[in-house]
Design a protein around this ligand. Structure first.
Ligand code: 6PG
Length: 247
C-alpha cells in the first residue's frame, strides 16, 4: 500500500467543496474506463455537505445514470429514521438526482442485523459477480473518523476489525444507535480508492493517532484501512490536521 495522500484545506467549507471536486473527478475517470462508478457512501454528519454539493453545484459534472450507490455502514433503524445513513444521503443527494431505483443499494437497517448483513453480502456477491473468497472492488469507499478512532462501524476492541472472510457484519457499538451493520476491512481494502473526510479540532487527536500513532488497530480501528492496490486519500481541514507533524 502506498503512502496516504493528505489534502489539507483551510476550513470545513473548503473541505466539503474539495471532496465534491475529487468525487466528481473520480466518477468521470471510472465511467470512462469501465462504464460505471460504484460509490460506497459514508454516514455520519461530515459528508452531508459534500453530498449536497454533488447534487447541486456539481450535478452537471457527473453522469449520474452510471453511478451505483452502496453504503459502508448503516444503523439498525428504519430507512426514514433520523439516524439512518441512507436517510441522510437520500435527503442530501440521492433524492435530487432522478436516479433509477436499481442504482441505490441500501443496507436494510430495519431488519434483524444478522439477516440484513447476510442479505447485503448476497447483494454484493450478485452485483459484483463474486466467487468464493472474493471481495467487491468499489471505485470509491468514502469514510469518516470518529473521535474514538472508529471508521465505518469498526469500533475499538471489536473483533470485526480483524475479519478476513465476511464482507458485512452486524455489530453492537458503544454509541447510539448501538446496533449497526458494517462492511469489513477486506471490502474497504479492496477498493480502487478510499477517501476519509475529517473536519474539526475535535478530530485532531484521532487523526494524529491514526496517521502517526503506534500501530494498534484495536485501539485505532481506522488504521486497518490500507487499500491493497488502491489509493488512500485523507481530506482534512487545518483544525483536524493541527496535531500532525509538519510534512
Ligand atoms: C456512521 C459513520 C461513522 C462516521 C464517524 C464520523 O454511521 O456514523 O459511518 O463511521 O463516519 O462516526 O462521524 P461524523 O462525520 O458525524 O463526525
Amino acid at each position: 500500500m502506498s503512502e496516504p495522500k493528505l489534502i489539507i484545506l483551510n476550513d470545513a467549507q473548503e473541505l466539503y467543496v474539495r471532496a465534491a471536486e475529487e468525487v466528481a473527478h473520480i466518477t468521470g475517470e471510472a465511467i470512462c474506463t469501465h462504464g460505471e462508478f460504484t460509490f460506497c457512501l459514508s454516514g455520519g454528519s461530515t459528508p452531508a455537505a459534500t453530498y449536497d454539493l454533488l447534487a447541486t453545484r456539481f450535478r452537471l459534472s457527473v453522469d449520474w445514470k452510471e453511478v451505483q450507490f452502496f453504503w459502508g455502514d448503516e444503523r439498525c433503524v428504519p430507512p426514514d429514521h433520523a439516524e439512518s445513513n441512507y436517510a441522510m444521503a437520500n435527503r442530501m443527494m440521492l433524492s435530487k438526482l432522478g436516479l433509477r431505483p436499481d442504482q441505490v443499494h441500501r443496507m436494510r437497517g430495519e431488519d434483524p442485523s444478522a439477516a440484513a448483513a447476510a442479505a447485503y453480502e448476497n447483494l454484493l456477491r450478485k452485483r459484483f459477480g463474486l466467487g468464493d473468497g472474493e471481495f467487491p472492488h468499489f471505485d470509491l469507499v468514502m469514510l469518516g473518523l470518529g473521535d474514538n478512532r472508529h471508521t465505518a462501524s469498526l469500533f475499538p476492541g471489536d473483533s470485526v476489525i480483524h475479519e478476513t472472510q465476511r464482507m458485512v457484519a452486524g455489530v453492537k457499538v458503544d454509541a447510539e444507535p448501538r446496533n449497526r451493520l458494517t462492511v469489513t476491512p477486506p471490502v474497504i481494502n479492496n477498493a480502487q480508492r478510499v477517501m476519509f473526510l475529517v473536519a474539526g479540532q475535535g478530530k485532531a487527536a484521532a487523526v494524529k493517532d491514526v496517521l502517526e500513532g503506534p500501530r494498534d488497530p484495536d485501539k485505532f480501528p481506522a488504521q486497518i484501512v490500507a487499500p491493497h492496490d488502491g489509493e488512500l486519500i485523507w481530506i482534512l481541514d487545518k483544525a483536524s490536521a493541527s496535531l500532525l507533524s509538519p510534512r
